[in-house]
Design a protein around this ligand. Structure first.
Ligand SMILES: CC(C)(COP(=O)(O)OP(=O)(O)OC[C@H]1O[C@@H](n2cnc3c(N)ncnc32)[C@H](O)[C@@H]1OP(=O)(O)O)[C@@H](O)C(=O)NCCC(=O)NCCS
Length: 172
């Protein structure tokens, strides 16, 4: 990616809803996710207002400051506060260009810098989502194992692969 095609992360707001709809309405993007493709702008606005804006760490993946995807890391409390779960999506027109790998590396660095209690970022990925496995491996995550019958994906119970990156494993 050259400077004219810069990948950055920034907060997503209701003003970005038209860009959000590009990936959120795409069945190819939703295939391995828990949500159905969005059918209305109103539902998307409600999601951005009720989930994205109050979320502890949710960022738009931007190409030249325009959102083309999203990445998030949850915040836990109590005995679970040392870890957060990462998730991401990218509009299908941009797949295969290294964009999410870059976004994952930036996000992990930012989260470890911002939250001193965090020692581990984890990601749970469908066993058949080979592109996402590869993203995490390229970003330095370790494949820990398969969690059997772990996740209900729109009515289907799925086996999930657990990946993690520790603060001590972070590299440029
Ligand atoms: C999975 C996803 C995030 C990948 O984003 P991306 O920007 O295309 O990823 P990158 O280009 O950084 O890397 C993709 C890698 O996976 C590889 N890949 C793609 N499809 C693959 C498959 N079915 N099996 C194995 N590897 C695959 C690519 O060749 C590439 O590896 P390489 O650089 O060694 O050639 C994107 O396709 C997406 O948003 N999918 C829909 C939402 C989703 O599944 N999110 C993850 C939920 S855990």
């Amino acid at each position: 990616m050259d400077q004219e095609n810069e990948i950055t992360l920034r907060k997503l707001t209701v003003d970005d809803v038209d860009d959000f709809m590009v990936w959120a309405t795409d069945p190819k993007v939703a295939h391995f996710c828990s949500w159905e493709p969005y059918a209305s702008v109103e539902d998307a606005i409600a999601y951005i207002q009720n989930v994205v804006v109050p979320h502890p760490w949710f960022r738009a993946i931007c190409l030249n400051n325009r959102p083309i995807g999203a990445i998030s890391v949850t915040s836990n409390s109590g005995a679970d506060k040392c870890r957060g779960e990462m998730g991401y999506v990218l509009a299908s027109a941009y797949w295969g260009k290294g964009i999410v790998t870059k976004a994952v590396k930036i996000a992990a660095k930012m989260v470890f810098e911002e939250r001193e209690e965090m020692e581990r970022v984890e990601a749970l990925v469908d066993v058949e989502n080979g592109g996402s496995h590869r993203v995490l491996e390229k970003a330095g995550f370790v494949r820990e194992g398969v969690l059997r019958k772990y996740f209900v994906q729109r009515g289907r119970i799925r086996d999930m692969v657990m990946f993690s990156l520790l603060r001590t494993e972070l590299r440029d």
